[in-house]
Design a protein around this ligand. Structure first.
Ligand code: PLP
Length: 398
């Protein structure tokens, strides 16, 4: 057999996908797992969105099953522009400054391909979302890590950030609110990052997948701070709970969006048409307001339940009460060092011995070691408390 590429061989598999397989195997064995693993909302998409898609498919089967323009249905891009104007007074030209993508995942890959040349450096925070270093590598760039810590509320240290900038630095790539930490970028820190980007003529790539999932504080709309150099990634996976429909969008300066859309022409041609139709319904203000109001109330209560359970059952853990997103990123160093266990082994043992699915923190970067990422949106409060209790039982019994 001919060999596969060395490059591909050098990429590790995603720890989230690995855990999803472990979960699927456990399910196949009839095990009822408590799921703190994927960033998967447990709420269904809004009923009106579902009905709209079904009737659209019945009434216009050809249109619904056809390719759309690469940048997405024009009506959807107009609705996205209106949505951003409504929430943030961001004004975009739907023709030139927005492209629809297959989730934020495709968005980040084609953005990296559009912005990076061979060997260009892209600064990311450590920990940060699992895909960032790998999409940078796939685009032939070099990820450079800026460690962030719980003591600083996971805010990046701006002086250290400056020190990482070299003549090869091309961009700074981060999420706000963040996965895995739930941190919302502080306004003053965001402005300092913009100053660095302006001083060194860098792009900012801001992943705002969780912009609406905020329990305390306010979202920082990076494109308002630096419209001339910010590319924003978005998704319909999280607040509308449509992860499997694979839809998102990217917006930013015309020059960047044109290149991003050109690469998309060769990668996916266009995004899923049915999902675009669903997104059009979701973006109607009454529908979206209703969904957000319900969702945030439920998720906040679950976030509180998980934080309290961690405090109660894992008193030696480092826990940050995430003001946004879907996760608690729990530092278990005190337990794991004592037991001589690592986070990956712990996560596997938790599935097999305690039927609790989590994501090992080391998948989010070297500083994620000895942590577990616990998703709080997928289970009701009683199961959240039970799951955290089981984690404590395993750590105490080992
Ligand atoms: C910060 C962040 N960006 C992007 C994604 C990928 O989302 P999508 O489903 O839109 O590809 C996720 C998924 O968990 C995420 O947490």
């Amino acid at each position: 057999m001919p060999s596969v590429s060395n490059f591909s061989r050098s990429l590790p598999g995603s720890p989230i996908r690995k855990m999803l397989k472990v979960i699927a195997d456990a399910r196949a064995r009839g095990i009822d797992l408590i799921k703190f693993s994927a960033g998967q909302p447990s709420l269904p998409p809004d009923e009106e969105v579902v009905e709209f898609v079904i009737s659209y498919l019945r009434e216009k089967p050809c249109e619904t099953s056809s390719y759309t323009p690469t940048q997405g249905l024009r009506e959807l891009r107009e609705l996205i522009a209106m949505d951003l104007e409504r929430y943030a007074r961001i004004r975009l030209d739907p023709e030139r400054e927005i492209t629809v993508t297959e989730g934020a995942s495709e968005g980040m890959l084609i953005t990296m391909m559009a912005l990076l040349d061979d060997g260009d450096e892209a600064i990311i925070f450590d920990p940060s979302y699992v895909s960032y270093p790998h999409v940078i590598r796939i685009a032939r760039g070099r990820p450079i890590y800026l460690p962030v810590s719980i003591e600083d509320g996971f805010q990046p240290d701006v002086e250290r950030l400056k020190e990482l900038v070299t003549p090869r630095t091309k961009l700074i790539f981060f999420a706000t609110p963040d996965n895995p930490t739930g941190r919302i970028l502080d306004g003053a820190v965001a402005r300092a990052i913009v100053d660095i980007a302006r001083d060194h003529d860098l792009w900012l790539v801001s992943d705002e997948a969780y912009k609406h999932l905020i329990y305390e504080g306010e979202h920082v709309w990076m494109a308002k701070l630096a419209p001339e150099r910010t590319v924003v990634l978005n998704t319909f996976s999280k607040d509308p709970a449509m992860t499997g429909w694979r839809l998102g969008y990217v917006y930013g300066p015309e020059e960047a969006v044109a290149e991003i859309a050109k690469i998309k022409q060769y990668v996916t041609l266009c995004s899923n048409t049915l999902a675009q139709i669903a997104a059009m319904k979701y973006l109607e203000p009454e529908v979206k307001d209703r969904v957000l109001e319900r969702t945030i109330k439920i998720y906040k209560s679950r976030r509180d339940a998980m934080y309290e359970a961690v405090r109660k059952y894992l008193p030696e853990a480092g826990a940050y009460k995430s003001p946004g997103a879907m996760y608690l990123f729990v530092d278990l160093s005190n337990y794991l060092r004592r037991l001589g266990l690592d986070d990956e082994t712990l996560a596997e043992r938790l599935v097999n011995e305690k039927h609790v699915a989590t994501i090992p923190g080391s998948g989010f970067g070297p500083h994620g070691r000895n942590h577990l990422r616990l998703t709080f949106v997928s289970e009701p409060e009683e199961r959240i408390a039970e799951g955290v209790k089981r984690i404590a039982e395993l750590l105490e019994a080992s």
